[in-house]
Design a protein. Structure first.
Length: 112
């Protein structure tokens, strides 16, 4: 490979390129993860030893648990606006039922 022409020492005004630091390798989290993987591999606890089906089933179960937790939190934490909208919806349904009973005919507001 040919050497670049900017290496010449005769022109001190040129900015010389410097090797960039890899942010992934310099991060503390990456180093800890790498160290843990090496230790697990030495012990024989490599994550690659699990069959593909077991990995998929564990991931699916984790996703289901997370989804269920989110749904439970959403049901527990209803905002004031949601509560008020639910009250109004129930009131409208009650008025519609009363109108149907008075008219004695079909529900004109019934959905298809």
């Amino acid at each position: 490979m040919a050497e670049p022409d900017y290496i010449d020492e005769d022109n001190p005004e040129l900015i010389r390129p410097q090797k960039l630091v890899n942010p992934v390798k310099s991060s503390r989290n990456h180093q800890d993860l790498h160290r843990e993987l090496l230790m697990n591999q030495k012990r024989g606890l490599a994550p690659q030893n699990k069959p593909e089906l077991q990995k998929v089933m564990e991931k699916r179960k984790r996703d289901q648990v997370i989804k269920q937790q989110k749904e439970e939190e959403a049901q527990k934490k209803k905002s004031d606006l949601e509560i008020e909208l639910m009250k109004r919806q129930q009131k409208l349904e009650q008025v519609r039922r009363e109108m149907v009973l008075r008219i004695g005919g079909e529900d004109h507001w019934a959905r298809d």
